[in-house]
Design a protein around this ligand. Structure first.
Ligand code: HSE
Length: 423
């Protein structure tokens, strides 16, 4: 008979409970030794053996019988201390903690390496989609040029409902909350921070570097209106919250740099990412040799995420049996490309008073900031007039200045959404 892998689990929420369920299907392969929880008395699903629960999380990490530690509590401080303790006790760790891996991944991976054990984190980005392993292993020889990902299911669900069911942002958010996609406090999802942390991990994994998640340029989706969505549709596009990770050269020094940004984007309906609906995630990769590639799947939820955790557990066990651990590549420093210098085509909506001369003043501001308009449409009249522009490729800094100057024009009531357009 086989020796089952002896697991200690930190946290028994949605993913922890699903993991216990999955491992229970293979009793010859796995056994759960202990599960650390905050509240022992909380009600649990029937497959959770409450005799395994403990409130003492360190006891799970140092338990002689625990071979592999699975961290599913999330957050930074406690999780980091426990992971460090496990690694220093020569125990491989599997984690789904994106916040922690984005902020302290390099430091923790180095501790893992120094102790000769694995720290695996496939489940920290896009749940069931095996993107971390793909970037670190399968594509390690590839010259990746750009990654564009829909990394957040909640915002993708909201934008899908706005597009297909014509719900406004608040209604779509409420539906996402009712279905359990969005948290009661949805800030991290709708403001783009969740996708930003995932983008930082993907960048570090793809380019063997370290990116502080605070250096990712982030804009969320809370200001997207149905009018923006309608305008996109009319022009054969959809609006998606995307993370873009791109290798660029500094124009002066020609030094290699990386641009990392999360923001809404108008995407042509013919692009594969446009067909990613509801709470699904997808990652579109472009590389010198591979051309284009896309991975699509469930980016959140108990079972999909637990499946990724289980894959890492098996990987860690395999490595343990060979007395080895996954390769650790020393990260190189790659500077972040200045967002202000990026160029993009833009959509911009401006609410104005419909009076003679207003369009000329607005157009003058675009022109004086070196922005060339590719099309313009007026919707509504009188006090409810809206001018909608598409621009040719323009620099971010110039667009920012244009928006500032437009906002100061007396005849401009409001500058609405400014959305980048993928070309
Ligand atoms: N809240 C995330 C999402 C899942 O909606 O995709 C966890 O990262």
């Amino acid at each position: 008979m086989k020796n089952p892998i002896r697991i200690g689990i930190l946290g028994c929420g949605n993913v922890g409970s699903a993991l216990v369920y999955l491992v229970a299907q293979e009793p010859d392969e796995f056994t759960v030794e202990k599960i650390a929880v905050n509240r022992i008395e909380a009600s649990r699903e029937p497959h959770i053996d409450i005799s395994k629960l403990t409130a003492d999380s360190s006891s799970v990490v140092v338990d002689q019988n625990v071979e592999i530690v699975v961290e599913l509590i999330g957050g930074i401080t406690v999780a980091k201390d426990l992971i460090e303790l496990a690694l220093k006790n020569k125990k491989p760790v599997v984690t789904a903690n994106k916040e922690l891996m984005a902020k302290h991944g390099t430091e923790l991976l180095r501790i893992a390496k120094d102790n000769g054990v694995d720290l695996l984190f496939e489940a920290s980005v896009c749940g069931a989609i095996p993107i971390v392993r793909l970037l670190k292993e399968s594509l390690v020889g590839e010259e990746i040029t750009r990654i564009v990902g829909i990394l957040n299911g909640t915002t993708n669900y909201i934008l899908t409902k706005m597009t297909e069911d014509r719900l406004d942002f608040e209604q779509a958010l409420q539906m996402a909350q009712k279905l359990g996609y969005a948290e009661k406090d949805p800030t991290a999802d709708i403001k783009g921070y969740d996708a930003g942390a995932k983008a930082a991990i993907l960048t570090s994994s793809a380019f063997i570097t370290f990116v502080d998640p605070d250096s990712v340029f982030i804009e969320g989706i809370a200001d997207i209106t149905l009018q923006d969505i309608d305008f996109a549709i009319k022009n054969g596009m959809v609006i998606k919250l995307v993370a873009v990770i791109e290798k660029l050269r500094n124009e002066i020094s020609s030094e290699l740099q990386i641009s990392i940004r999360v923001h809404p984007m108008m995407i042509k309906i013919s692009h594969p990412l446009a067909s990613v609906r509801n709470s699904y995630n997808a990652v579109f990769i472009e590389g010198e040799a591979i051309g284009e590639m896309m991975l699509y799947g469930k980016g959140a939820g108990g079972l999909p995420t637990a499946s990724a955790v289980l894959g890492d557990i098996l990987d860690a066990k395999h490595n343990m049996s060979l007395n080895t651990f996954n390769r650790f590549a020393e990260p190189r420093l790659i500077p972040i490309y200045d967002q202000n210098k990026l160029t993009s085509e833009f959509y911009i909506a401006v609410d104005v008073a419909d009076e003679p001369g207003v369009l000329a003043k607005v157009a003058q501001i675009f022109g004086s900031n070196r922005i060339s308009i590719s099309s313009m449409e007026q919707n509504g009249f009188g006090q409810n007039a809206r001018l909608v522009f598409f621009t040719h490729s323009a620099m971010e800094a110039d667009m920012k200045e244009t928006v500032n100057q437009l906002s100061e024009l007396e005849s401009v009531k409001k500058v609405g959404s400014v959305i980048r357009v993928m070309v």
